[in-house]
Design a protein. Structure first.
Length: 132
């Protein structure tokens, strides 16, 4: 009898945990300001990229790093907004990352078979190419 009670208790605990995970996932769909984003069937996709120009004034210093961006891809695939989520300390790199991504082409996210606007996280890397 104790074993059956323990199994039932474990089973109910698992169900409660699953409900909690689903609830948290639904809550994460909302961001500050009360704006809600749909759960996507397919995320937005990068269709073409532009060349990232390493800021020439820093070439001799061989500074490397990454800029993390969030791009709002509208339901027509156009860029609605670009935000820096993790900048480099030197503004020229952040500006170069935004300039490059501004030239990217995207396809919209798909939710329920329809195109929707959605955020896409992108990382732009700046590395110094060495001659071998």
């Amino acid at each position: 009898m104790r074993r059956k009670v323990a199994v039932i208790f474990i089973f109910l605990s698992i169900i409660m945990l699953c409900v909690e995970v689903i609830t948290l996932a639904q809550e994460e769909e909302e961001i500050s300001g009360g704006v809600s984003f749909p759960v996507e069937d397919a995320p937005p996709m990068v269709l073409s990229v532009a060349q990232v120009v390493y800021p020439p004034q820093y070439a001799e210093k061989a500074i490397e790093g990454t800029v993390e961006l969030m791009v709002w891809v509208s339901e027509d695939g156009s860029i609605g907004e670009i935000q820096i989520s993790k900048p480099m300390e030197i503004a020229a790199f952040n500006e170069a990352a935004i300039a490059a991504v501004s030239e990217y082409e995207f396809s919209a996210a798909i939710s329920g078979g329809e195109p929707v606007g959605s955020w896409l996280d992108l990382t732009i890397s700046f590395t110094v190419k060495t001659e071998e």
